[in-house]
Every structure is written in structure tokens, then in C-alpha cells.
Design a protein around this ligand. Structure first.
Ligand SMILES: Nc1nc2c(c(=O)[nH]1)N[C@H]1C(S)=C(S)[C@@H](COP(=O)(O)O)O[C@H]1N2
Ligand SMILES: [Mo]
Length: 246
């Protein structure tokens, strides 16, 4: 077992508070868009390293997903693995907890400064924030499922879905990582942000956190993780708009 599996037990069962911890309006985030919610961190807040949860920037492509009841939430791990697995929120208690300070930055940060101007959310310099994230190293789940020979990438699917651009097919938010990045001990399935359960805006109940990569790699509202045998080339990975970084 790797080092990161020697920490204390996870507390994934903790309930989130019903109030949204971050709303662009009235709570200090600078609103870029109302639906889906997009907001950036005020410049003054960026003077400190850590961003308080209500001021952490939000970048959503679709409406925040809803599901019937939290007890129905489950994460599927399937594809090119020895054992297909399904995890409930309680199952996460059996995994180690890893806590790390990690910065997320949207690839579109500072877009409004570009000359000539380009299409996309007109972010100033606040599409970047830092939190102390807690969760389970993704590697622990992948090791339990057993990655088969010939695996190339790991694909992550969010519960949110829609038309990513006019005329495109309705699809979920999907992004992949190489096996190496997926197995890095700091790549987390996070359920806590600055000591609080994840809020709905930031991916409750479980999101990916990939240190050192633009925010778009850190898929929120995870529902499915699939080990795949080819490179993923979907809209949010290779799409005609997306390769410029959203
Ligand atoms: N499921 C899902 N995950 C997502 C997104 C999304 O729209 N849906 N947006 C991505 C992008 S582009 C960024 S920059 C980060 C933003 O994370 P935050 O809103 O928690 O700051 O989430 C990423 N993960
Ligand atoms: Mo982003």
C-alpha cells in the first residue's frame, strides 16, 4: 500500500448544510453569468493564499445537477478493470483521507485582458482560488478495482448535462486523465473544502481535484469513472471550442 493510504478514516458521510455556501449575488463573488452560475473571486480576496468557500470562483457549463435523494447517490467505477465497483457515500469511510492545499485556475482566467478580444467568459483575474481539499486518493479506488493491461486513460463523468454549444448533442461533462496522472497520490476524490462538506456549486457530494492542471480537469458531481483503452476525444477534451481553454 502506498503512503497516502496510512491516514485516518474518511468522513464522507457528513451532511452538507442546506444553504448554498457560495452565490454570485450578494455574497461577494463577481457575477459573470447567472444560469449556469459563473462567478469570479474579488481581487482583494486574492491577497491571501486561501480563498474562503463563499468567495471561491465558480465555473459551470450546465445547471447544477439535482437528484432525487442523497441516499441514491452512487459512484460507478467500470471499464477496463478486473472488478466493476459501485460506491455509496458510506463506502468512502473505509478509505484513507488525504488533505492538501490546492489551487484551481480556470483556463479562461484573465481572458478579458487579451488583445484582440476572444469569445468566452470575460474573466478578469479572479478565476483562480485556493482551498484545503480533503478526500480519498483516486488511486486507492483504482487499485481496489484493478486496472487491466492495455488501459490508456481514465474517464470522469459528472451528473450535469446539456448542450455544450448550439447544435451540439446533449451530453454530460466528461474529461479524461492519463493513467499516470490518475494514479498520482495527490489526485483526489474530494468531499471537503476548507473543512466543510463540498457545497453544491463546487461539486457535492464528490469531485475530482487534479493538482497542477487547469480547473477543467477537476470534474464536479462525479457519477462514473471508467478506465478506457483509447484516448478520449469528446467535446470538453478536444472540441473545436474547448481546445482553446474555457
Ligand atoms: N461536472 C463539471 N465539472 C466541472 C465543470 C463543469 O461545468 N461540470 N467545470 C470545470 C471548469 S472549466 C473549472 S475551471 C472548474 C471550476 O471549479 P469550481 O467551480 O469549483 O471553481 O470545474 C471544472 N469541473
Ligand atoms: Mo475552466
Amino acid at each position: 500500500m502506498m503512503d497516502t493510504c496510512k491516514c485516518s478514516k474518511a468522513e464522507f458521510g457528513r451532511e452538507r448544510s442546506e444553504t448554498l455556501s457560495a452565490q454570485p449575488e450578494g455574497k461577494g463573488l463577481v457575477t459573470i453569468e447567472h444560469e449556469p452560475i459563473i462567478g469570479e473571486t474579488p481581487q482583494a480576496t486574492l491577497q491571501s493564499w486561501l480563498t474562503p468557500n463563499p468567495l471561491f470562483y465558480i465555473r459551470n457549463h450546465y445547471s447544477i445537477p439535482q437528484w432525487e435523494s442523497d441516499s441514491e447517490w452512487a459512484l460507478t467505477l467500470d471499464g477496463h478493470v478486473d472488478n466493476t465497483l459501485s460506491f455509496s457515500r458510506e463506502d468512502f469511510r473505509s478509505f484513507p483521507i488525504q488533505t492538501l492545499p490546492i489551487t484551481l485556475e480556470c483556463a479562461g482566467n484573465n481572458r478579458s485582458d487579451l488583445e484582440p478580444q476572444v469569445p468566452g467568459n470575460p474573466f478578469q483575474n479572479g478565476a483562480v482560488s485556493t482551498a484545503i481539499w480533503a478526500g480519498v486518493p483516486l488511486r486507492c479506488l483504482l487499485e481496489r478495482a484493478g486496472i487491466k493491461e492495455g488501459a490508456v486513460e481514465v474517464l470522469f463523468e459528472g451528473f450535469d448535462a446539456g448542450e455544450p454549444a448550439p447544435g451540439e448533442q446533449t451530453q454530460p461533462y466528461l474529461r479524461s486523465l492519463s493513467i499516470d496522472v490518475a494514479m498520482h497520490p495527490h489526485t483526489l476524490l474530494a468531499y471537503e473544502m476548507n473543512g466543510e462538506p463540498l457545497s453544491r456549486e463546487h461539486g457535492y457530494p464528490l469531485r475530482l481535484i487534479v493538482p497542477g492542471w487547469y480547473g477543467m480537469a477537476s470534474v464536479k458531481w462525479l457519477r462514473r469513472i471508467s478506465v478506457i483503452q483509447e484516448k478520449f476525444e469528446g467535446f470538453f477534451q478536444k472540441g473545436p471550442l474547448y481546445h482553446r481553454g474555457r
